[in-house]
Design a binder for this molecule. Structure first.
Ligand SMILES: [Zn+2]
Length: 40
């Protein structure tokens, strides 16, 4: 089982850690790198 898997924040597609763009929807991970779940 892999511990660190990068998933597209847009479509949830599994992306290689060396990839910086989602091959499924084409979303740039750099744009979401700073995104974090906020409660409240
Ligand atoms: Zn995507």
């Amino acid at each position: 089982m892999r511990a660190s898997v990068t998933r597209c924040p847009e479509c949830g597609w599994e992306i290689d850690p060396e990839d910086e763009m989602c091959p499924n929807c084409g979303a740039y991970l750099a744009d979401y790198e700073d995104v974090e779940p906020s409660e409240g």
